[in-house]
Design a binder for this molecule. Structure first.
Ligand code: 3HC
Length: 389
């Protein structure tokens, strides 16, 4: 089904940028929120993204104005009657999102696809609330949504094949790179990214390293655009904590976030969006740690932790092609390469040896899974880690 008109519910930073991305690609989009104040703020954010495009010479002033005019702000669900593809981007509270999906079911035509940009709530629960579960799918953008290419398309057991295909097509139509992912807590990219971030943060704690030296070492040596503390400030410490809690509840202590994160959130330091988190607005880090990080050791630990999570995702069949993991990490988090390409390059035998050495030196969290050891022993490839269809 071709999408002639889209809609976004929620005009916060994410919702506004999603509407901007859609309009920039020439698709008319309705932007709905509950108050004029929120809508005005969202439209100001959209305008600021278009303004930056003009300043950087990517669009002319006239083009930017024409694209901006494709966004129709509204306060009423009644204006969603002709939308073919609706993306919910309201705050991450399950009861609120369930109420929105029930409302969308009433307001939208029966064939409309209802998508959610949730980063941490179960898409299946929203599918249930919608009364049309086969038309519901996750459509997960990455910060900053106007820049990062990836959209995770979260497929629940009830999502129809037609819904998946239309969603992938629409993702490509709006200039993004959609990757299908089987539903699980944290989906794909946040699982691997948060495993890497949690390991970077844990290394800092265990080695009394400074925040700035951890971030710099990973930026300079691990092929990532931001270290964990910088990225935490971009994503929002409150959001990070929320997702971290979901991951700990689902998978256990390997996702434990440092106590300082909770303390900063309690102090109201939520990151770049409200004046500072691990760094001040001027870029000064908070006073944590006294020593410089050992770049080689740190990169080893973070690489190993991200690979282990990627391996678990393969083993659970979260993707159908191992290469999708690397594509997703590159397009969603700006990584130069992905954990699968890394393991292919060093070889599974060497990966198991590194994990075993780290398990002995650093802790049991690095213990190589039996299935990985068996693949390495029998000359198998990571594709063999996928469950049989
Ligand atoms: N908001 C919007 N646009 C931004 C931005 C921001 N905060 N920061 C930078 N940009 C834009 C710039 O305007 C520029 O646009 P252009 O290509 O049209 O000129 C483009 O991004 C590149 O910017 P710069 O050259 O100034 O900066 P960098 O090269 O340093 O790139 C970055 C900035 C793209 C943010 C890069 O550092 C990066 O990829 N960081 C990793 C981001 C990441 O991991 N995101 C995923 C987080 S997890 C998530 O979102 C999931 C959710 O569930 C929590």
């Amino acid at each position: 089904m071709p999408v002639a008109r889209a809609a976004v519910i929620g005009a916060g930073t994410m919702g506004a940028e999603i509407a901007q991305v859609i309009a920039e690609q020439g698709v008319p989009v309705t932007l709905k929120d509950v108050s004029q104040e929120f809508l005005d703020r969202g439209m100001r954010h959209v305008e600021s993204v278009f303004r930056r495009r003009v300043e950087r010479g990517r669009l002319s002033e006239d083009e930017a104005q024409a694209k901006l005019a494709l966004i129709a702000p509204t306060l009423s669900y009644d204006d969603l009657a002709d939308a073919d593809f609706v993306i919910e981007a309201v705050p991450e509270r399950l009861t609120l999102k369930e109420a929105v999906f029930a409302e969308l079911n009433r307001a939208c035509k029966p064939e409309a696809i209802l998508a959610t940009n949730t980063s941490s709530l179960p898409v299946s629960r929203l599918a249930k609330a919608s009364g049309r579960p086969s038309n519901v799918v996750g459509f997960h953008f990455f910060n900053p949504a106007s820049v990062m290419k990836l959209i995770e398309v979260i497929v629940t057991p009830e999502t129809s094949e037609e819904t998946v295909q239309t969603t992938l097509e629409f993702g490509r139509r709006i200039g993004k790179l959609p990757v299908p992912v089987k539903e699980c807590p944290g989906f794909l990219v946040n699982r691997i990214l948060f495993a890497a971030m949690a390991e970077g943060m844990r290394y800092r704690e265990e080695n009394d390293a400074t925040i700035a030296s951890v971030d710099a070492a990973l930026r300079e040596r691990a092929g990532v655009p931001m270290g964990p503390f910088q990225l935490a400030d971009l994503v929002g410490l409150d959001v990070l904590l929320e997702i971290g809690d979901v991951l700990v509840a689902a998978y256990g202590e390997r996702f434990a976030t440092p106590p300082i994160l909770r303390e900063l959130v309690a102090q109201g330091r939520h990151g770049a969006k409200n004046g500072g988190g691990f760094y001040s607005r001027e870029g000064t880090p908070i006073d944590l740690g006294t020593k410089p990080a050992d770049p080689e050791r740190l990169v080893q630990q973070v690489t190993a932790a991200s690979f282990l999570e990627a391996f678990r995702c393969l083993d659970e069949g979260i993707v159908t092609d191992p290469k999708d993991i690397d594509v997703a990490m590159q397009a969603g988090a700006g990584w130069a390469t992905g954990p699968i390409a890394w393991a292919d390059q060093v070889g599974l035998g060497a990966v198991v040896a590194l994990l075993s050495a780290l398990a002995a030196k650093v802790g049991p969290r690095f213990t190589p899974p039996e299935r990985l050891k068996s693949l390495a022993e029998h000359g198998g490839s990571l594709r063999d880690a996928l469950p049989s269809p």
